[in-house]
Design a protein around this ligand. Structure first.
Ligand code: ARG
Length: 461
């Protein structure tokens, strides 16, 4: 029997059932559905729709169903259309007639929106926690790197030496923004839809504020049509997760490059690499590649779901059932990716001497030479042209930069010292730049922000 059988003269067709059911995936919401139902029945009791003993019976039945799920003993029935139907059916089996009162002044429309918000709030918090974990690791690695430096690239061409610790923190700041964005998404979604009913509320005087408080939401809905139609929080979560994915993908791409023989900046631990089924010598950076590859899927989930939402009239439409699979998958892939990337980086060994060697080319100090001339009073454009000429000369005539700089009337021995290994990062002074002191200060600020962010996270219920 379906929930709506009263109005229908025939049973649903197999095709309808197979095409429209959502139990196969929305069973993920089982415990959150029970949480929502417990709050709803407390609300019904409060306004006298349920007698205290009826509410107690229903509460007991819901707790039994909860235990069945926790022990993986819940038995689904082939007529369970979705998780809400399944739980209501089982509660009624256990509680008897009073089970039929649970759905008073409630629709699956406000119910599913409430369940999904409770679920998303909790799962996004887990993602935020894992982001902080990876951010902390990047800070630790940055500290351990001391004054190690590597070539900084633009256009994938060697540009200037940068401290490795600075490079790591660059990824850390991107993750800090992801964290902030996820907390903002949680804050915005924290409005409780329960009580909106199918779309317009009901004639039963339930109190949405009461159930909103019970479920730990910031406030109840202002508009019942919006409450059951709103899936902004799903779209926002999908965007947040896709962007986390993009950031992990950029880290992944670097690890793939750095672990090549050609770069050789990093060696991955055996526990975080894979082998080849054919070529015995291979050790592959699969985590880094999948952190990169899975991001395509995350972007797809966002684009797909926005397309689902586009053009939907108010209020609830069955299209909205399409919110769950992308969201569940995006959360799963992102939480796993964050852990895997963290493990891979935590166990990798970095080859600082290979990094240094790759950065110890005098050409990477060309800007320092130009700035030497600027400090002598020459306009920057002129300095740029002079040093550019020396670089060209050095390449075309196969003469060491050192030699040309020493011999140049405007440069000489003092300027040539700027070409010595490590000199460039030691002299960098811009706040927020890649100089040794600036990076130490940056780490302090980053570490303070990490501690504050941890506190912000702890405040979310
Ligand atoms: N399984 C549905 C969903 O996920 C539950 C809401 C169904 N509501 C309805 N009026 N058919 O959206």
């Amino acid at each position: 029997m379906t929930l709506w059988h009263g109005r229908f003269s025939s049973e649903p067709s197999v095709e309808l059932w197979e095409f429209t059911e959502s139990l196969t995936f929305d069973k993920t919401l089982a415990l959150d559905d029970i949480t929502g139902s417990k709050a709803h029945l407390a609300g019904l009791e409060r306004v006298g729709v349920l007698l205290p003993e009826e509410a107690a019976t229903l509460h007991g039945a819901l707790s039994l169903v909860e235990a069945e799920f926790l022990d993986s003993k819940f038995v689904f029935n082939e007529r369970d259309e979705d998780i809400h139907t399944a739980i209501e059916r089982r509660v009624t089996e256990l509680a008897g007639d009073v089970g039929a009162k649970l759905h008073t002044a409630r629709s699956r429309n406000d119910q599913v929106a409430t369940d999904l918000k409770i679920f998303t709030r909790r799962e996004l918090k887990i993602v935020a926690e894992r982001i902080l974990g990876l951010q902390q690791l990047l800070l630790d690695l940055s500290r351990e790197a001391h004054d190690a430096y590597l070539p900084g690239y633009t256009h994938m061409q060697k540009a200037q030496p940068v401290l490795f610790g600075h490079h790591l923190m660059a990824h850390g700041w991107a993750l800090a923004r992801d964290f902030d964005r996820i907390l903002a998404t949680i804050s915005r979604l924290n409005i409780c839809p329960l009580g909106a009913g199918a779309l317009g509320g009901s004639t039963v005087a339930i109190d949405p504020k009461f159930t909103s408080d019970l479920l730990g939401f910031r406030a109840p809905f202002e508009n019942s049509l919006d409450a059951v139609s709103d899936r902004d929080f799903v779209a926002e979560a999908l965007f947040d997760l896709a962007l986390v994915g993009v950031h992990l993908s950029r880290i992944g791409e670097e690890i793939v490059l750095w672990s090549t023989e050609e770069f050789g900046f990093i060696r991955l631990s055996d526990s975080y690499s894979t082998g080849s089924s054919m070529l015995p010598q291979k050790k592959n950076p699969d985590i880094a590649e999948l952190a990169r590859g899975k991001t395509g899927r995350l972007i797809g989930h966002l684009a797909g779901f926005l397309a689902t939402l586009k053009g939907l009239p108010l209020s609830y439409n069955r299209d909205l059932q399409e919110d769950k699979e992308p969201l569940f998958d995006a959360l799963k892939q992102t939480t796993r990716s964050l852990l895997a990337v963290k493990g891979m980086l935590a166990t990798a060994s970095f080859d600082f001497s290979r990094m240094r060697k790759a950065a110890d080319s005098p050409y990477l100090c060309a800007i320092d030479l130009a700035e030497f001339l600027v400090k002598q009073g020459h306009p920057f454009r002129k300095a740029h042209a002079i040093i550019g000429g020396i670089v060209r000369d050095s390449i075309e005539r196969h003469v060491q930069m050192q030699e040309l700089v020493e011999a140049h009337p405007l440069l000489g021995i003092e300027a040539a010292r700027l070409l010595e290994p490590g000199e460039s990062v030691r002299r960098r002074v811009t706040a927020g730049g890649s100089g040794i002191e600036a990076v130490a200060l940056q780490r302090e600020r980053y570490s303070e922000q990490l501690q504050q962010d941890q506190k912000r996270l702890d405040l979310i219920n």
